[in-house]
Each structure stands twice: as C-alpha cells, then as structure tokens.
Design a protein around this ligand. Structure first.
Ligand code: F1X
Length: 384
C-alpha cells in the first residue's frame, strides 16, 4: 500500500458525503424497507429503534451475533455511528437492519431479503426490457464491438438507477467521455488474449440491472472461448441495499431465460455443468479492505487469470477507503492483490486513485469535488 498515512474516510464532518449517507440515506432506506414489506409490529418497532439509534444513539451490537467478533467491530460498541470509519459504519448499519427484520433469527422471517422487492422491480422496467431486445442487434456486431458494448454495459450498469443503456452508439460515446481513467484496451486484451484455458473471477456488486450485464459479459467470454471457467463472487446475504446474492443471481438467470435470450440458456447450462461457479465468501460482507482478506480467498484470486471487481464498494475495499492523493498509482494501491486485477466502477464515494494530474485538475476546476460522488463519472483500471 502507498502512503498509509492517508486519512481513513469518516462520517463525522456534517458537510461530507459520508455524513449525508448516515444522516439521510440510511433513515430513508429504513422507511422504504418498512413500506415494501408487511412486517409485523415487532419488526416495525425494531426498525424504528434502529432509525433513532443510528441518528442519536451509539452502536449497540447484539451479544449473540458473532459477526461483530469475526470482523473485530464489537470494539465500536458505545460509540456514535458518526465517529466510526465510514466503511465500518455502513457495514454495521446493514447488519443491524438485517437483525431488526429477523433475517438471521430461526423462524418465519429467516432468510427473507428486505431489499428483494427493489431488486425484482429493477428487472421489470422498460429500460431493462429494451436492453434485452438490444441483444439481438448486438449479436450482429463484430466480436470486438460486442465486447466493448458489454464492458460498458457492465460498467454503467453500476449506476443502473440513473438509467444508462448499453444499446446505442451515442450512449457509448457519452460514457466514454465520462471516464476519468480508461484502461479498457488493456482490459480487452487481457480478456481475449487467446489462452482459452483461463479462469475469470468476477466480484459482483449490485443485483438487478447491474447483474444482468455482468452475466451477459461472463456469457460472452465463456461462449467465445476466452475463458474456460468463471467464478462469480456474490454476497452470502443482503448487504448495501442491492448487492447481489445467490438468490438474485438465480432471479437474473431465470429472467434471461424467460425473455428467451440465448445467453440465458447458455448461462443456465454453464451453471449446471460447472463452467460458471457461484461463491459467497463471508469476507464479502466484511467491513475490511481486500488487503486483509483471509488466505483461502487470497488463494482463490491467485488462481484466477484475471479478477474483475465491480462497483464502488468493491473499489473502496480494493484500494482502501482512504483519502489517497488521487494521483496515487492504481498499481501501487493494488500491489498486494494476488494476481491481475481490474476495476469497473462508477464514482459514488470519495475514494479515488490512478488519475493523472491533468485529469484531476480539470475535474476540480469544473466541479470542485462533486465528481467523486455524483455517479456521473466512471473508471476502468487494470493492474497486470
Ligand atoms: O458498490 P456500489 O453499489 O457501486 O455503491 C455503493 C455505495 O456507493 O453506496 C454507498 C452510499 O449510499 C456508498 O458508500 C457505497 O460505496
């Protein structure tokens, strides 16, 4: 890791983006969760208490929830939520939200995903339908163009709620102009360099309209013989609102099959014959950077020819959730990672590395620091 003195991103400054996530987004999310499911009075009360607790109270881990010990976050007990590192505060919030609705408690609500209504709704939008229709047109394009479109679909799917589409050339061009770092040529080469025997790890981010293009990308790479196998890393349980789980992946594949896409059938077969493997490592829901990953996960990434990490949260964990100088080289920030690694991310939080000085200066001159969190910019970064 470079300059480990770079400050950890925290939530205590009321003018900061992390503060607004804790003070505004989390309460709004609790309300949405309460509205989306007919929870019983006890669950509603627990959610109300969590809302009040996150704004005015202190972190109070349940005595019997081992997650807090596994990832060494029980030490935050008794502190204001706003005083925690941002990553820890968010991670603990999602754990408490699941506890409030009884997600881990044996009984009728065990394993019921509070975010599933939102994830399913995303699959049913006209935009999602248009993307699937566009697949037929895409299949007529030369293979390099197909790969480019699928990479951009996967990249911008990361801000699915902002309505990005993969199917038109204009949108592709608009996307290109928003990239603050673009290693897409190197990435395309790594994805297609013809070894044909490799293993791809894709570390997924969101379900719904992000996971669909991720799956289409995997399908393309398997179908055209660029990789023998792909491992899709998912969350073992709901996390950060829309993060993809196994259930969400099955929903997405079923959706592609129901829409009668060839990719849907191929993905179904790839899952069935072991060319597409699902993993849900407990570390995927840990409030820790990948630099601290356990040995078995490290071995898994080490065995891959390329690991592709999707989204903002994975990026924060990949480079460390700190206020690095933006010109810190991506290769230095990821030097610890066991094997070639790439990030596809729309910018939705303060952390950033790998910019050249001119790009950073132009962004700051145009919009101060807003580009870091607005979700209108993106990056493709690679370290071989
Ligand atoms: O990983 P994703 O889905 O791209 O983004 C998740 C995320 O942007 O949402 C939070 C804000 O609500 C951020 O802290 C976090 O990084």
């Amino acid at each position: 890791m470079p300059d480990s003195a770079a400050p950890v991103i925290r939530s205590d400054d009321p003018a900061s983006f992390p503060h607004s996530v804790l003070a505004e987004r989390h309460p709004a999310l609790i309300r949405k969760v309460q509205d989306a499911t007919p929870y019983d009075p006890q669950q509603r009360r627990a959610l109300d208490e969590l809302l009040k607790n996150t704004l005015e109270g202190v972190v109070a881990p349940p005595a019997d929830d081992a997650w807090w010990d596994t990832w060494n976050v029980r030490r935050h007990a008794g502190r204001s939520w706003f005083s925690l590192p941002f990553l820890a505060a968010e991670s603990c919030f999602y754990r408490q939200l699941l506890n409030a609705v009884g997600y881990f408690t044996p009984g009728p609500w065990q394993g019921v995903d509070p975010f599933r209504p939102f994830k399913l709704a995303e699959l049913d939008t006209p935009e999602a339908a248009a993307e699937l229709t566009a697949l037929d047109t895409l299949a007529e394009q030369p293979l390099p163009e197909q790969l480019k479109a699928l990479l951009h679909g996967s990249l911008w799917g990361n801000r699915a709620d902002l309505g990005f589409r993969i199917q038109t050339a204009e949108e592709g061009a608009a996307a290109h102009s928003q990239l603050v770092a673009d290693d897409s040529e190197l990435l395309s080469t790594l994805l297609t360099d013809g070894s044909g025997r490799g293993l791809l790890c894709l570390v997924a981010d969101n379900a719904g309209r992000e996971l669909i293009p991720d799956l289409l990308l995997i399908d393309h790479l398997l179908a055209h013989g660029h990789f023998d196998r792909a491992v899709l890393h998912l969350k073992p349980y709901p996390y950060f609102v829309s993060d993809a789980t196994t259930a969400d992946t099955l929903d997405a594949v079923r959706h592609l099959v129901a829409a009668k896409t060839a990719a849907g059938q191929r993905l179904w077969s790839a899952l069935s014959d072991g060319r597409l493997i699902l993993r849900a490592h407990p570390f995927s829901c840990a409030p820790l950077p990948y630099a601290d990953m356990p040995a078995d996960l490290r071995d898994e990434f080490a065995s891959a020819d390329l690991t592709l990490l999707k989204g903002d949260l994975n990026y924060r964990r990949l480079v460390g959730d700190r206020l690095w100088p933006p010109t810190t080289p991506f290769a230095a920030a990821t030097a610890y990672f066991p094997g070639p690694v790439a990030a596809l991310r729309t910018l939705k939080s303060d952390v950033i590395v790998g910019l050249d000085a001119e790009t950073e200066a132009a962004l700051v001159a145009a919009e101060g620091q807003r580009w870091r969190t607005s979700g209108t910019r993106a990056l493709i970064q690679v370290r071989v």
